[in-house]
Ligand binder design. Structure first.
Ligand SMILES: Cc1cc2nc3c(=O)[nH]c(=O)nc-3n(C[C@H](O)[C@H](O)[C@H](O)COP(=O)(O)OP(=O)(O)OC[C@H]3O[C@@H](n4cnc5c(N)ncnc54)[C@H](O)[C@@H]3O)c2cc1C
Length: 437
């Protein structure tokens, strides 16, 4: 069975190996052909897949190595998931400073995509908090990389798409928190103009900000949705309160039939979501799972799109190009292909050490589309043109369709990055986007 990514794209690996101990990686020089590390496969497209080589499964290399409770510095193996890290660190009053919208990702995978979260405006990407990376190259070299040592390779590995070697372990600076609760506010927004207003006034006072948008709404309702902002609560018994939070998981029992998601059902869902909140402002104290990881409560929710899978489109539009952002919404609504709620967030100015890191100052929009083959490709090509014109770019972790031209235009540093790629490492994504144009 080939390995699938989260969007249910098929890899074609010939072989796969699992690492259990860091010393297992010493065999890497003996494995034949091309290789690629694989975390928990939460990348949507093909950046975690390989065509014809060996996939190196990292999830069993997941031990904690060292934790300093006074400083919050934690060293762990790269297959440790954020879910397991939080179970260990939150009761001790320490939080991962940047988390994506799922906790089922490994630290190695998070570094390789230099993931961002709802607090990018304050804390940048995860790469801003990584102090050291232990890297294994296919020639047997075993390196400790940081801003002080092997700096160029350190920068290339953060956001390096798994191509610079195997990350065996890392040291991360955690963030102190007092409580296992989040004080969250949900504000109903009429349109995109209101989003800009609320967003501008929230950045300073809220650790986390994000908006869910009804991408089917048009005209004066364009961009309507719910703005969510929150802060870690203060005080209480963090150990006891975190224990209380038992995230329930409902599983998708079968693949949903292809016809169950159509323009009407999606429109109805988005409308219902927008209207489920009657008041303009709702204030609520939430646990980590509903606040950070609402989608994790439905296990294998990616099956909802049926066997043909789905594609996620995530781009950045620079801050001053709001007309281009509006046009993206219009094209998506007109296509009728956009699915459940879109996520909109403004990235801040904190620069990642990662050479190929995706975030830049601007608005990032992410939404899912059922995979309709050529129809999806035509829509994405139209969206890409707007993104390129604006000076923005697409997120490789979510991508399955970006052309080599789009990639090379929007990541001009890619040729510099190429020098750091381990010659035995490649991915389906990289084969597609690095073709000379
Ligand atoms: C519901 C959901 C919500 C998400 N929300 C966000 C979000 O808010 N922000 C965001 O940035 N991303 C988000 N993502 C994307 C996800 O965070 C990234 O794709 C993440 O990198 C996946 O980690 P993984 O462990 O599953 O790695 P995989 O998907 O298996 O691999 C990702 C990349 O990491 C490389 N890799 C994995 N392990 C190693 C290693 N040990 N050494 C070297 N390279 C390695 C792989 O080769 C590949 O290139 C979301 C995904 C889902 C499914």
């Amino acid at each position: 069975m080939p390995t699938q990514s989260w969007g249910r794209i098929n890899g074609q690996e010939k072989d796969s190996k699992s690492l259990h101990w860091r010393k297992d990686a010493a065999k890497l020089p003996q494995w034949e052909g091309h290789v690629l590390p694989f975390g928990l496969g939460r990348s949507y497209g093909d950046s975690c897949l390989i065509d014809g080589g060996t996939l190196i499964r990292m999830q069993d290399l997941n031990k904690l190595r060292h934790f300093d409770a006074a400083t919050g510095r934690l060293s762990c193996e790269a297959g440790l998931s954020i879910a397991d890290l939080l179970k260990f660190s939150v009761p001790k009053g320490w939080m991962i400073p940047v988390t994506p919208g799922t906790k089922y990702v490994t630290l190695g995978g998070a570094i390789a995509n230099d993931v961002h979260g709802k607090n990018h405006h304050l804390r940048g990407t995860i790469g801003c908090h990584i102090l050291e990376i232990e890297l294994m190259r296919s020639n047997g070299e075993h390196l400790l990389c940081s801003l002080q040592n092997e700096e160029a390779l350190f920068r290339a590995t953060i956001g390096g798409l798994g191509l610079t070697g195997i990350i065996l372990s890392c040291t991360i600076q955690l963030m102190p928190i007092e409580s296992a609760w989040i004080d969250a506010e949900m504000i109903k927004m009429k349109n995109l103009e209101e989003f800009f207003e609320i967003d501008n006034t929230s950045d300073k006072d809220y650790e986390y900000t994000v908006a869910w948008i009804d991408c089917m709404a048009t005209g004066e309702n364009r961009g309507r949705g719910i703005f969510i902002r929150g802060n870690h609560a203060r005080g209480g018994d963090i150990r006891r309160d975190f224990k209380k939070q038992k995230g329930e998981i409902i599983r998708m029992p079968i693949d949903a039939p292809g016809f169950s998601l159509n323009k009407l059902s999606v429109k109805a869902f988005n409308f219902a979501y927008y209207n489920k909140q009657f008041s303009k402002l709702k204030m609520i104290r939430q646990g980590f799972d509903p606040f950070f990881y609402p989608l994790d409560s439905v296990g294998e929710w990616n099956r909802i799109y049926g066997k043909q899978g789905f594609l996620q489109y995530q781009c950045i539009i620079p801050t001053h190009r709001t007309d281009d952002l509006k046009q993206l919404f219009d094209v998506i609504a007109k296509s009728g292909q956009g699915s459940f709620l879109a996520v909109l967030k403004r990235f801040g100015t904190m620069k990642s050490p990662g050479l190929m890191s995706f975030p830049q100052p601007g608005y990032t929009l992410a939404l899912d589309f059922k995979n309709l083959g050529n129809k999806s490709a035509a829509l994405f090509a139209e969206l890409d043109k707007i993104v390129l014109r604006s000076g923005g770019r697409l997120y490789p972790a979510k991508d399955a369709l970006m052309s080599a031209l789009t990639f090379q235009t929007s990541y001009p540093q890619w040729q510099e990055f190429e020098k750091f790629i381990d010659p035995r490492f490649t991915s389906m994504f990289w084969e597609r986007v690095s073709t000379r144009v």
